[in-house]
Design a protein around this ligand. Structure first.
Ligand code: SF4
Ligand code: SF4
Ligand code: SF4
Length: 209
C-alpha cells in the first residue's frame, strides 16, 4: 500500500495498517501521523514554489514493514523501518516440545537442557514465540530498525541499518530526520540530501537529541 503527499511517498505493509499473522504489532495510526508530520515540514513546503517539482526520482521514499519479511521493501527506500522484537525466555516453563526449534527458519534457537538463542542469527520475527504453547519464549521489546540510503535505479544499493528505536519514537525520529533536510534548502532531491549526510551524524545526532 502506498500513500503520498508532494515530496514524500510512504509504502507500508498491511501488517502496519490492518494486521497480518506475521506482524510484530499493528499501528494503524502511524501512516496518517507521518503524513501530517510531512505536511508540516519545510521539505514538503519547498515544492510550493515550483509546481514542476519534485520529479519522481527526487521524492523522499519511505518503507514501513511490520515484520522482518519487509513486504514494504524497506531495504530499498531512502528511509526504511522494519519492526522486529527482542525475545526472552523462562526455562522453568519449558516442556522440551521443540516446536520453537521447528518454527525458526533461521536455525537460531535450540533446546536441549537449556534454551539457546544465537543472537547473530535471530531476526526478531517471533515465529518461535507463536509456536510456543507454554509461554517459555516471549517478546520482551518490539523496536523499529531504522535504515537509510536504499535505492534502485542507476546506482542501486540496500539501505544501511543505523539504529533501533521504540515503535512510537518513529514520530520523533521522522521529525528529526526531516529537520536535517533544512541544511540543504536548495536541494530538491531527497537522495542527494541523504548522500550529503553521514549515517553516523544521523545516528549520533538523534541519540544526543
Ligand atoms: S512485512 Fe510481515 S507483517 Fe507486513 S505484510 Fe509482510 S509478512 Fe505481513
Ligand atoms: S525470533 Fe525468529 S529468528 Fe529469532 S529465534 Fe525466534 S523464530 Fe528464530
Ligand atoms: S516451544 Fe516452548 S515449551 Fe517447546 S521447547 Fe520451545 S521453549 Fe520449550
Amino acid at each position: 500500500m502506498i500513500t503520498s503527499i508532494v515530496g514524500v511517498e510512504i509504502e507500508y505493509c498491511k501488517g502496519i495498517s490492518k494486521g497480518c499473522r506475521n506482524a510484530i504489532s499493528t499501528y494503524p495510526e502511524i501512516i496518517s501521523n507521518l503524513i501530517d508530520i510531512s505536511k508540516n515540514s519545510t521539505w514538503h513546503q519547498r515544492f510550493k514554489i515550483d509546481e514542476n517539482l519534485p520529479r519522481k526520482h527526487q521524492i523522499l521514499k519511505i518503507g514501513i514493514s511490520a515484520c522482518p519479511n519487509a513486504c514494504a521493501k524497506s531495504q530499498i527506500k531512502d528511509l526504511g523501518f522494519i519492526l522486529r522484537s527482542e525475545i526472552g525466555y523462562d526455562e522453568s516453563l519449558c516442556i522440551n516440545c521443540l516446536e520453537c526449534e521447528n518454527a525458526c527458519k533461521e536455525n537460531a534457537i535450540s533446546v536441549t537442557e537449556k534454551i539457546v538463542i544465537q543472537k547473530h542469527k535471530c531476526l526478531g520475527c517471533l515465529d518461535c514465540v507463536r509456536a510456543c504453547t507454554t509461554g517459555s519464549i516471549f517478546s520482551t521489546q518490539a523496536f523499529f530498525e531504522v535504515l537509510v540510503g536504499g535505492r534502485l535505479g542507476r546506482h542501486p544499493k540496500f539501505a544501511t541499518p543505523i539504529l533501533k528505536i521504540e515503535p512510537l519514537k518513529i514520530y520523533d525520529f521522522y521529525r528529526y530526520f526531516l529537520g536535517l533536510f533544512d541544511k540543504y534548502p536548495d536541494i530538491y532531491n531527497a537522495k542527494k540530501i541523504i548522500d550529503n549526510l553521514s549515517y553516523e551524524e544521523i545516528e549520533h545526532g538523534y541519540i544526543k537529541k
